[in-house]
Design a binder for this molecule. Structure first.
Ligand code: NAD
Length: 257
């Protein structure tokens, strides 16, 4: 498969799943635009090295996905895109009574509203070309809930709803819109939850991973960033031309329970 001539923007891609998706799309020949909110030399080096590895153009554009104008600015600065992967996301865990309002606002802004803005900005260019792929990185928490993750679960259910809605608005126009719902993938976002979970459950690292974190993932194995990247590549391929407005789980059986 080759995405030569296609430009992909992946939000929140200097780490974790976003970086894995950028790697997979670049390996398939796409020009890739990496993004995060920082603007460090290492961010630009990361994308230059990724481009060199795969012989494709790779650029890094800093933009804060918690700010609507910056989300739209990212698409404009990139010169539009053929493939848009809405991946930027954050997590915070707390009972709702103690849930900090600013955390709720930030999670909704970054995990959900950013996609509203990037999609609105990217669609006119896709429509003009008669081809586009939008992939929203939701979560198993887009389909099921867990206690203490009110903002995250709400944002991920909502992005699945946004995915379906935009799929209907673009049906038959050469544009598909889908969501990927990973279970646990060992990335910095998940790594950051381990010490807290060890404390709460009074368990060592291996036990908390197996018995608590992967308790709902029947495979008891983390999904990998490569596997999520491969799923995004599939959704952008001709085999997926008629797949739109749906979700694909990469969750080791979580949502089958
Ligand atoms: P991560 O922390 O490794 O990566 C998150 C990315 O988002 C980073 O590149 C970070 O810089 C970026 N980001 C954060 N705030 C931003 C902002 N304001 N503006 C721009 N970029 C910002 O986390 P990850 O695990 O790779 O998560 C990526 C996506 O996958 C998220 O949407 C997350 O909810 C989703 N997801 C992750 C898992 C998992 O187990 N890791 C499971 C299901 C879904």
């Amino acid at each position: 498969m080759s995405f030569g001539g296609k430009r992909a923007i992946i939000t929140g891609s200097n780490s974790g799943i976003g970086l894995g998706v950028a790697e997979a799309l670049a390996a398939a020949g796409a020009e890739v635009i990496l993004n995060s909110l920082t603007d460090r030399a290492e961010d630009h080096e990361l994308s230059a090295e990724l481009g060199a590895r795969h012989g494709v153009v790779a650029r890094y554009i800093a933009a804060d996905m918690s700010k609507g104008a910056e989300c739209r600015g990212l698409i404009e600065k990139a010169g539009g895109c053929d493939i848009l992967v809405n991946n930027a996301g954050i997590q915070f865990v707390s009972p709702i009574e103690d849930f900090p309002v600013e955390k709720w606002d930030a999670i909704l802004a970054i995990n959900l509203s950013s996609a509203f803005h990037t999609i609105a900005a990217a669609l006119p260019g896709m429509r003009a070309k008669g081809w586009g792929r939008i992939v929203d990185i939701a979560s198993a928490h887009g389909l099921t809930a867990s206690p203490y993750k009110s903002a995250y679960v709400a944002s991920k259910h909502a992005i699945v709803g946004l995915t379906k809605t935009i799929a209907l608005e673009t049906a038959g126009q050469g544009i598909t819109v889908n969501a990927v719902c990973p279970g646990y993938v060992l990335t910095p976002l998940v790594e950051a939850q381990i010490p807290e979970q060890m404390k709460v459950h009074n368990m060592d690292r291996e036990t908390v991973i197996r018995e608590v974190m992967l308790q709902r993932q029947p495979s008891r194995q983390f999904a990998t960033t490569d596997q999520v990247g491969g799923t995004v590549v599939f959704l952008c391929s001709p085999a997926a031309d008629q797949i739109t407005g749906t979700t694909i789980s990469v969750d080791g059986g979580w949502t089958a329970l």
